[in-house]
Ligand binder design. Structure first.
Ligand code: NAP
Length: 334
């Protein structure tokens, strides 16, 4: 079994679950020097967990990583904290890296591929307001709301699906499209998806903007990947992976109610939309997500619940586990 991007947040949890279920796991990292730091966090033994060097931007190492594997989870993809100047900085590694992983998988005779796509490939460019998305929806990459990361995930998933349809032969392709992934942390090297919780806990935003996201626990995301590797009849499948949609004010209220004094810096004031628009004039990151203001992007996950028997844990538990680990690991000083 090959899991790409073994240094990643979701990959780490998936590898731990796969090892616990008895799989032998190959994983890629850009730099093999990271093996020493990652191995204690991931578990396994040198026989059950093997590291390979491979970069999404280069051909070297992919064939070696895939050799001897029957399944691929392709998770590596850039998820930067800042907006790149050029969209290709994200699109090219996301798309070309997925194709490199797929070609290596075909060369190794891998029969099932699970791609970690994103809600970013589903829910953007459909106008403002309230939407409930299903697996039939695709992001419109020509919309001004489709910022670089959103484009990179949409283009990569489409390219991977098209490649498998044209070149994959017997290969079965499944994508998983998670919303914002939160949950327990095993090291202080944390994914960009946890930034919102960090900012709330350290009080670095003056109030609560009218932004919201679907939230899902990393343990449930990993569990969906494991299920997709073994469930029957997966060719061409696509699964939205989400818990409830929560506004920033809901997340702040959960932190306040669950953390007591540790949540004293979490803001309680609402930030009016006009103030967020002014802030966006000066901050490129806020500008990037300005189209999100007031949008309620809900996900219908009945397909995964019915076909995979997948369930989610309460969002309150996910958010409080995230916050407690951020405090424990010294990522935030409260
Ligand atoms: P993460 O912790 O930032 O992991 C990203 C992984 O991609 C890291 O292992 C990183 O390696 C690797 N990577 C980035 N650029 C690379 C390159 N050029 N060559 C090789 N590897 C490269 O992010 P994550 O949250 O676990 O995300 C994993 C996957 O889930 C991604 O495909 C992401 O788009 C998707 N996803 C995440 C969320 C979320 O909220 N977290 C939601 C939906 C979908 P380094 O450690 O070397 O940088």
């Amino acid at each position: 079994m090959l899991v790409t991007g073994g240094s990643g947040y979701i990959a780490g949890e998936t590898i731990r679950q796969l090892l616990a279920a008895g799989w032998t796991v190959h994983t890629t990292v850009r730099n093999l020097a990271r093996e020493a730091e990652l191995r204690p966090l991931l578990g396994g033994t040198p026989e059950t967990l093997k590291f390979f060097a491979a970069d999404l931007m280069a051909d070297a190492g992919w064939a070696e990583a895939a050799a001897g594997c029957t399944h691929l989870c392709h998770m590596a993809s850039p998820l930067p904290a800042s907006a790149p100047k050029n969209h290709d900085e994200l699109i090219v590694p996301a798309r070309d890296g997925a194709l490199r992983a797929l070609r290596a998988a075909k060369g190794a005779g891998i029969r099932r591929v699970v791609l970690t796509s994103s809600m970013a490939a589903v829910a953007y460019g459909h106008g403002r307001g309230q939407h409930r998305f299903t697996e039939a929806d695709w992001t419109n990459v020509d919309s001004p709301d489709a910022y670089a990361y959103v484009k990179s995930k949409t283009i990569a998933e489409r390219a991977a699906r098209d490649w498998v349809a044209a070149e994959g032969g017997e290969m079965e392709f499944v994508s998983i499209n998670p919303v914002l992934v939160l949950g327990p942390l095993h090291s202080a090297d944390f994914s960009t998806s946890l930034e919102a919780i960090k900012k709330l806990l350290e009080g670095s935003i003056p109030g609560l903007p009218n932004f919201g996201f679907g939230v899902v626990d990393v343990r449930d995301v990993a569990d969906m990947h494991v299920r997709c590797l073994t469930a029957p009849d997966m060719a061409g499948e696509r699964f939205l992976c989400s818990g409830r949609f929560l506004w920033m004010k809901d997340i702040a209220a959960i932190l306040k109610a669950g953390l007591g004094d540790s949540a004293r810096k979490v803001p309680t004031r609402r930030l009016p939309d006009w103030l967020v628009r002014i802030a966006a004039l000066f901050d490129p990151l806020i500008r990037q997500v300005l189209g999100e203001l007031g949008n309620e992007r809900d996900a219908d996950t009945s397909h995964a619940r019915q076909k995979l028997g997948w369930t989610t844990r309460p969002e309150e538990q996910t958010i409080l586990d995230t916050a407690r680990d951020m405090i424990r690991l010294g990522i935030v000083k409260v």
